[in-house]
Design a protein around this ligand. Structure first.
Ligand SMILES: [Zn+2]
Length: 393
């Protein structure tokens, strides 16, 4: 039997931080959680925080690679770059692209899933476009953006099988509501993204399965005036509809701390997921990079801790890692650590809603465990019971 005990840690649960705690892991599963461990052969956590591994539901790349590169090697670079910062599970997100490129992305994902040298859990793919609004393209390549095409999305969903779990779409586009119903019936979560939807359109979309908003405030509509009358957008809808979940890029650049606080206070930790939306340059020290595939991507610049389009008119994805999101929420926004961790673990797992036994330190959960200090410097990572990083021997 493969057994590990970690003692002398502050265990972070959604409700409290347990001092002098311990966790027992057997065969990849958490089998015991308690305090004041008595016994030999335990890993000494030396008073560090012990948390569920971080879960990133929207990520494009890192370590110099992008999921659009079309190789398993890219998956290795990305997972190796992010695992050091505490990410143990991720939902690889290819960018809006041609059908052929998305087909290739699905095939590579399936290959990567079978490769046991990949250190993070790959919990399913997330498509971002191409069925989104050109007006809200953000950093997506406008050449590919269009209304949903039934034959195309059906082919992609069928090819993906169980491996596609989420699709970011603008629900106001022609055929998007029918598309939402189709995805729901196939176990895929449709989410509102890169969209000019009004409150009325969001309400309709919600009835057709769109229960989540992709990176709220980034490429999402707000109040507009038409003939003098005001119309609410996605941002207001997120506050009005209690059960509409949201994700926020909490790198401290995409949203200032005051807006991060507004989302946290208004929606609560059960409806907010933190996500990196990280691109290729995450976990690298570079000044320029490429967004999207190496052959067909867009050149972008890195400055002020964020990726920008070359003309600096908009961001081009983040270079954040999950530890930075938690750090931003705690140090800049003033959110309690247990709440920031819940938004980085339990809530994203609940939003994707596929019955994963992840996101909490509790008996019966998968042993995806990390340890870090007061500044969220991650020094220990365990994925599925296997120690991947241990920097504090
Ligand atoms: Zn994205």
């Amino acid at each position: 039997m493969d057994k590990t005990v970690i003692k002398n840690v502050k265990v972070i649960t959604p409700v409290e931080i347990v001092e002098n705690g311990y966790v027992v892991v057997e065969n990849g599963t958490i089998v015991e959680v308690g305090t004041n461990y008595i016994g030999a052969d335990a890993v000494d956590g030396k008073g560090r925080y012990l948390s569920p591994g971080f879960v990133d539901i929207h990520i494009h790349g890192g370590g110099g690679s992008d999921f659009m590169d079309g190789t398993v090697e890219a998956y290795k670079n990305i997972t190796n770059a992010h695992v050091k910062h505490g990410t143990t599970s991720m939902f690889p997100t290819p960018l809006a692209a041609s059908k052929d490129e998305l087909v290739r992305a699905i095939k590579v994902y399936k290959e990567a899933k079978k490769d046991d040298t990949i250190v993070c859990n790959l919990l399913g793919m997330h498509f971002e476009g191409p069925y989104v609004s050109k007006n809200q393209a953000g950093a997506l390549d406008p050449r590919y953006l269009k209304d949903p095409v039934k034959e195309e999305y059906e082919e992609l969903v069928e090819l993906s099988g169980e491996d596609l779990v989420r699709w970011s779409i603008a629900p106001e586009l022609g055929g998007a509501l029918e598309f939402g119903d189709y995805l729901k019936a196939h176990g895929v979560l449709p989410t509102i993204a890169h969209s000019d939807a009004t409150y009325e359109e969001v309400t309709k979309a919600f009835e057709h399965g769109y229960t989540h908003v992709t990176h709220l405030y980034s490429s999402t509509s707000t109040i507009v005036r038409k003939d003098g009358f005001r119309h609410a957008g996605i941002i207001e809808s997120a506050y009005i509809i209690d059960d509409l979940d949201v994700e926020i890029i909490a790198d401290g650049c995409h949203l200032p701390p005051c807006l991060l606080k507004l989302v946290y206070k208004s929606k609560g930790i059960d409806h907010v997921a933190l996500t990196t939306d990280a691109m290729r340059a995450a976990g690298q020290n570079v000044k320029t990079s490429i967004l999207g595939s190496l052959e067909d991507g867009q050149e972008i610049i890195i400055e002020d801790g964020v990726a920008k389009m070359p003309d600096r008119t908009s961001f081009a994805g983040s270079i954040a890692t999950t530890d930075r999101l938690v750090r931003t929420m705690v140090k800049q926004v003033g959110v309690p650590l247990k709440d920031a961790v819940t938004m980085m673990t339990k809530t994203p797992i609940r939003i994707i809603n596929k019955g994963y036994k992840k996101g909490e330190i509790a008996v019966g959960m998968d042993a995806d465990i990390i340890m870090f200090d007061d500044d969220i410097n991650v020094s220990y990572v365990m994925v599925g019971g296997k120690t991947i990083i241990d920097n504090n021997q």
